[in-house]
Design a protein around this ligand. Structure first.
Ligand code: GMT
Length: 377
């Protein structure tokens, strides 16, 4: 197949999923064309079957806001026409699904029919999409996609609750590539915890909804009883606040900030516990990646997290903001090496259900269905 993928090229979960999906499709022999405003961070640009088409937004002084959607839909038309794409798969509804619909109309005018698949990732529905400034456009774009997928059952339900959605939304969960977590790799344990302390990890974009102050509070509770270090990966608006809280709680010296790094596996393989305290989370890809590296998860029970982290088996779930419960659950795992080992094994086992080998065929099947339907129409 000849597939167009539109996504955010940044470290965000939706961009990571889109890029890893494209990389995997290319390995299977499909031609994959990425249409983005800069090169996606995890893109295997030098591999066969991967093509990159940059969307150029011109900085014209008349505009306070440059018309990105216009540039994007024009680029989609251009790539579909020149590269004879079979379909466009857009990740994150805003503004990608909207721009794709415009591209579809423009292509129709030029005698080309192109099916559009929109994958909903979370904040495009739960946060940004509900904003009155965008809601009608998001609803319209979803209803005019040829197919809509969501990364969890929870996100699917939320979409039906908040939008007048006429589409049958297919759930295709996020995935990990088990191979990334196997074999020899330079685990960072000795550098991060030289005295054999337990390593507690959190990875996010440090936005308000991640509640990173809860991460620090839970860590402070763990630290009182178990020699430990907290590793924070990623960056975002709340990072400084989080750092200050760690100092105020007297644990600043045992918090390690790594910022944005692409060596996540080297950190995870050294970790004993992963914290995800989010207020809302459609799936929690970071938690799944931790589990793939045999790391149990202490999390909130928000959104789709319970579909990934199984309470009492791969970690524990608590109500959003219940720092005491999260701390007690963490200590319950960390205090006993046998218990910790059991949780680690079960976390890995659960993560393997989301292996790329199981999820990739779901997308391929969907693409084939959509292309066949478009040909019949
Ligand atoms: O979590 C974020 O803020 C990033 C966001 C994104 O769109 O890049 O992540 C969302 O998509 C991920 C991949 O599908 C999901 O694993 C995350 O749970 C989801 N984030 C939220 O729903 C808050």
């Amino acid at each position: 197949m000849n597939i167009g993928i539109v996504c955010y090229p940044t470290f965000g979960g939706s961009g990571v999923v889109a890029t890893e999906l494209g990389n995997a499709l290319a390995k299977k022999g499909h031609k994959v064309h990425f249409i983005t405003y800069s090169q996606p961070v995890r893109l295997d640009i030098l591999e066969a079957n991967i093509y990159y088409h940059e969307v150029n937004v011109h900085d014209y002084p008349l505009f306070d806001y440059q018309p990105y959607e216009l540039a994007l839909s024009t680029k989609m038309v251009d790539v579909v026409e020149r590269k004879q794409l079979d379909l466009l798969h857009v990740h994150y509804a805003i503004p990608h699904a909207y721009a794709a619909y415009m591209a579809k109309l423009m292509l129709k005018d030029r005698g080309i029919s192109i099916p559009i698949i929109t994958t909903l990732h979370g904040t495009d529905i739960s946060l940004v999409g509900k904003n009155p400034s965008y809601k009608k456009a998001v609803e319209f774009s979803i209803n005019h996609s040829d197919c809509v997928t969501s990364v969890s059952e929870s996100l699917r339900e939320e979409t039906y609750q908040f939008f007048n959605c006429r589409k049958d939304i297919r759930v295709i969960p996020n995935f990990i590539d088990r191979k990334l977590y196997e074999g020899e790799k330079q685990c960072a344990k000795a550098n991060l915890a030289p005295e054999g302390q337990k390593l507690i990890t959190h990875i996010s974009n440090f936005r308000k909804l991640k509640r990173t102050d809860d991460v620090v509070r839970v860590f402070a509770g763990i630290h009182k009883e178990v020699p430990s270090k907290l590793v924070l990966v990623g960056d975002g608006p709340d990072r400084q606040k989080t750092e200050e809280l760690a100092r105020d709680l007297g644990v600043g010296r045992d918090v390690i900030y790594l910022g944005k790094t692409s060596e996540v596996e080297r950190v995870l393989c050294a970790s004993d516990l992963f914290l995800l305290t989010s207020e809302t989370e459609s799936f929690g890809l970071a938690a799944l990646e931790a589990m793939a590296a045999r790391v149990p998860v202490i999390s909130s029970n928000a959104g789709g997290i319970p579909e990934v982290n199984i309470h009492g088996k791969t970690g524990f779930l608590s109500d959003v903001g219940d720092v005491t419960s999260m701390t007690n659950n963490a200590l319950g795992i960390l205090r006993d090496e046998v218990v910790l080992e059991e949780f680690k094994s079960r976390a890995k086992e659960q993560a393997l259900q989301f292996d790329l080998e199981n999820i990739l065929p779901m997308y391929e099947e969907l693409y084939e269905d959509i292309i066949n339907e478009a040909q019949l129409a």
